[in-house]
Design a protein around this ligand. Structure first.
Ligand code: GSH
Length: 117
């Protein structure tokens, strides 16, 4: 039975991946957030994307083995299986920051658009 939101988790995989793999469903906003984070990261260049059909494939045994909560998205990267866009964003920012992460203005920096108030 589908829920509305699933917990984010990070697990250690049995084998280390050379190439990251994103399990993605186009209708999921959380999957879109993860895809944007990946797009900003250098790992995008060598990313495998598995597009899932909802709910047939997201609730399949194959996917349950990757993500037992069967939520979307999941990223397999290095020796990790990361479920949830929030943890995917954190991992990429820490391990594989892209120009967007490194060059983003710090909090409190002046806004892009000047205030006319
Ligand atoms: N905490 C996760 C939530 C992931 C989540 O709940 N995804 C939804 C789709 S946007 C989902 O998989 N729903 C199906 C279900 O809960 O069974 C995140 O930040 O990505």
């Amino acid at each position: 039975m589908a829920k509305f939101a699933t917990a984010s988790t990070i697990r250690t995989a049995e084998t280390r991946r050379d190439k990251p793999k994103l399990w993605y469903f186009p209708g999921s906003l959380n999957a879109s957030k993860a895809a944007i984070c990946l797009r900003l990261s250098p790992v995008w260049e060598d990313l495998e994307i598995r597009i899932l059909v909802f709910p047939e494939e997201t609730q399949s045994l194959e996917y349950a083995r990757i993500n037992p909560a069967m939520g979307i998205p999941t990223l397999e990267i290095d020796d990790k299986i990361i479920a949830g866009s929030d943890l995917i964003q954190k991992y990429l920012t820490e391990r594989y920051p892209g120009r967007g992460d490194k060059e983003a203005p710090p909090r409190g920096h002046r806004p892009i658009y000047p205030s006319h108030a």
